[in-house]
Write a protein that binds this ligand. Structure first.
Ligand SMILES: Cc1cc2nc3c(=O)[nH]c(=O)nc-3n(C[C@H](O)[C@H](O)[C@H](O)COP(=O)(O)OP(=O)(O)OC[C@H]3O[C@@H](n4cnc5c(N)ncnc54)[C@H](O)[C@@H]3O)c2cc1C
Length: 293
């Protein structure tokens, strides 16, 4: 199946991309790696008159780290750039692992972390851990910019708060405090090549053996990545014992609202949520113990 005809632009500045988006109107779309977008256009799920390719905009390719502030992942940073970045591997290992869990090497060489978020699939591999770590999305339009917590970014399958004429330029992850640890866990039906049937991102802040704060985010079990707030409450104020892990898993599994589809039955997804939540909390606690406060 071939692509339909559309006009193609590759601006070199964010301002020009935003201006083109406004000028060209409803049928104009932004493309990063194109690994979601081009397939949707090819299958007739999206109709575009104008494609605005972001790859020539140098300023949004960078990955930068400031130890007092945090990590900035530019909109055109590829999944493999994030997975293999030495600073991300050392200081944000769960972010690197989520990028590495996405698709296969060919797709990771083209696709971006920001594209994965903007595509807003409920199963997006990079969303849970970034949300658990308090990530913030930077959006730019012709006459201004705004920052939106990733937690408030998703509005439904394929839907985000991105408005007409806006482009995401980066996602920012604050430097985790001392005594914290994060983990990403996922399971898919066909190992590495398939979309996650369930994915879980966790960040804990520990004081000694006691958990001070917990953020647990579940993917592929609701229309958008969701916080497991009741499971978080089970953990906060407690040491991470076998019993607490089990209780948190049960609570998370009760909170989620999965559907049955070709990747997994709803009942199976609920079981997986319990197992993966316990696994992620356990790993996050272990990582936190290596960075004591
Ligand atoms: C074979 C295959 C396997 C896959 N496996 C996985 C998987 O295991 N896990 C997973 O999560 N995903 C998977 N995907 C989906 C896809 O590869 C990822 O979602 C990828 O990260 C998308 O990034 P991209 O840069 O290609 O986005 P694009 O396809 O370029 O864009 C995706 C959407 O986001 C919008 N967009 C992109 N960048 C911006 C921006 N800066 N500002 C505003 N809007 C923007 C586009 O307009 C489009 O609507 C797979 C895809 C394929 C084809």
């Amino acid at each position: 199946m071939s692509l339909t005809k559309f006009d193609y632009y590759a601006p070199e500045r964010v301002e020009d991309a935003c201006r083109l988006l406004m000028e060209k109107g409803e049928g104009a779309m932004v493309m990063a790696g194109g690994t979601d977008l081009l397939i949707k256009i090819q299958r007739g799920l999206l109709k575009t008159q104008t494609l605005i390719d972001l790859q020539k905009i140098e300023s949004i390719h960078d990955i930068t780290f400031d130890k007092d502030k945090g990590l900035s992942i530019g909109a055109m940073a590829r999944l493999n750039d994030v997975a293999n970045h030495p600073v991300i591997k050392e200081k944000f290992p769960a972010v690197s692992e989520a990028a590495l869990a996405t698709a296969n090497v060919q797709i990771r060489n083209m696709g971006t972390v920001v594209g994965n978020l903007c595509n807003a699939a409920p199963s997006a591999d990079n969303a849970p851990v970034l949300m658990a770590m308090g990530a913030v999305v930077n959006l730019v339009r012709s006459n201004g910019e705004r920052q939106i917590p990733l937690e408030a970014f998703f509005q439904g399958p394929g839907l985000t708060v991105i408005q007409k004429g806006e482009i995401v330029t980066s996602v920012f992850v604050p430097t985790p405090p001392a005594g914290s640890g994060a983990s990403y866990q996922h399971i898919s039906a066909r190992g590495k090549v398939d979309i996650s049937a369930v994915c879980v991102g966790v960040m804990l802040t520990m004081k000694g053996k006691t958990c001070q704060t917990a953020r647990i985010v579940l993917g592929a079990v609701a229309p958008v990545p969701m916080r497991a707030l009741r499971a978080e409450k089970v953990i906060e104020g407690n040491p991470i014992s076998k019993e607490v892990l089990e209780k948190a898993g049960i609570e998370a599994s009760k909170e989620c609202k999965p559907i049955s589809d070709l990747r997994a039955a709803a009942e199976y997804r609920k079981i997986l949520v319990g197992v993966l939540t316990a696994r992620a909390v356990n790993e996050a606690a272990k990582r936190a113990s290596k960075k004591p406060n």
